[in-house]
Design a protein around this ligand. Structure first.
Ligand code: THU
Length: 130
């Protein structure tokens, strides 16, 4: 199964009764394993979590810390980009050269390097004086 197909499959399990916007995400780790996540909303709206955060949590829980490829999919007129917070989360665990594929359930795919998602990202170099 392609990484986009993995994301599409887990998307069906998304818990999104409030926005009705189901998102699926999949990460291929450095070892080649695939970790998936979906958005999980809450009646206390800010407590909801994004699909990307779920996939990252699954990867970390399995003992891996780096991914080489990511995929995100939603039913949307155009490929859904990760939100700002997820861009920072993805930057933490992406290997250099990692790529992300953003897809719609209609088959439109946009691909780019993860590093281009968040220009000027906060990183360890900013904490050098601490
Ligand atoms: N959402 C994600 O899971 N990932 C994204 O990249 C964009 C937004 C979720 C959060 C919320 O449950 C719903 O989509 C609507 O914002």
């Amino acid at each position: 199964m392609s990484l986009i197909d993995e994301a599409a499959a887990v998307r069906l399990n998304a818990y999104a009764p409030y926005s009705k916007f189901k998102v699926g995400a999949a990460l291929k780790s450095a070892s080649g394993a695939v970790y998936v996540g979906c958005n999980v909303e809450n009646i206390a709206y800010p407590e909801g979590t994004c699909a990307e955060a779920g996939a990252i949590a699954a990867m970390i829980a399995s003992g891996e810390t780096q991914f080489v490829e990511a995929a995100v999919i939603a039913e949307s007129p155009s490929p859904v980009p990760p939100c700002g917070g997820c861009r920072q989360k993805l930057a933490e665990f992406a290997v250099e050269g990692a790529r992300i594929a953003m897809a719609t359930t209609d088959g439109v795919v946009q691909e780019m390097p993860v590093s281009e998602l968040l220009p000027g990202a906060f990183d360890a170099s900013h904490m050098d004086q601490v």
